[in-house]
Design a protein around this ligand. Structure first.
Ligand SMILES: Cc1cc2nc3c(=O)[nH]c(=O)nc-3n(C[C@H](O)[C@H](O)[C@H](O)COP(=O)(O)O)c2cc1C
Length: 200
């Protein structure tokens, strides 16, 4: 009888790296995360799908002490200390002006840019698809052997004022690095298959 692990094509070690043994990190060592690592992560996760190939994900890589302090100012309580000490922090945003790229990213659909320009659902579409891309990004960070600490606890207007331009909205802030001492909170239960899947 094959186990659930055997039924998947991805080898068991990779399943563990991406999911079963991967944890959300809350403390980091000071080992740097290089631009080359971030580049490699993006070059992997850019292949994840988005609606109309819209790719609204944008990333601000926060490295300098000065930028980090400006960001921490807008993080909520427990999120401040870990954001101050992470080797790399990513402000993940959604660009509602993604339609400007459609002539290149969705070239077969003539007039797509113009029709999306007048579509009032564009910001919501950007946020939804950038959120999906955030999931790919977290898995890409894990694929690089690093740990991610995604956070939604911040003053979005404050982060926006500080770092964003144009039609970008904040989706999440993600600390990245090697897990440090006491990096993990308690592993919390997941819902079981029968609680989540209904077959009709
Ligand atoms: C989008 C998102 C937002 C989150 N926001 C916060 C946050 O603001 N602060 C925090 O400490 N953890 C935050 N978390 C971490 C979750 O609580 C954590 O990923 C979840 O409990 C699973 O933990 P595990 O990976 O260790 O099993 C967030 C996670 C995600 C994916």
């Amino acid at each position: 009888m094959p186990t659930a692990t055997d039924l998947l094509t991805l080898d068991a070690a990779a399943q563990d790296l991406l999911f079963r043994e991967a944890r959300t990190a809350n403390a980091f060592t000071d080992e740097p995360v290089t631009d080359e690592q971030l580049h490699a992560i993006y070059d992997l996760v850019k292949w994840g799908p988005s609606a109309m190939n819209s790719q609204p994900l944008r990333i601000i890589a926060v490295r300098s002490r000065e930028a980090r302090e400006r960001l921490v100012e807008h993080m909520n309580g427990n999120n401040k200390a870990k954001t101050l000490t992470a080797p790399l922090t990513l402000v993940v945003t959604a660009d509602a002006d993604f339609h400007e790229h459609l002539p290149v990213t969705f070239p077969h659909a003539e007039g797509a840019r113009e029709s999306m320009a007048g579509n009032p659902g564009r910001p919501r579409m950007a946020h939804f698809n950038a959120s999906i891309q955030l999931g790919y990004l977290i898995l890409g960070i894990r694929a690089a052997g690093l740990a991610a600490g995604p956070m939604a606890g911040y003053d979005a207007e404050g982060v926006k004022r500080e770092f964003l331009t144009g039609a970008e909205e904040v989706v999440a802030v993600v600390n990245v690095g090697r897990p440090g001492p006491d990096a993990w909170f308690q592993r919390l239960p997941r819902l079981e298959y029968d609680q989540v899947v209904r077959t009709v």
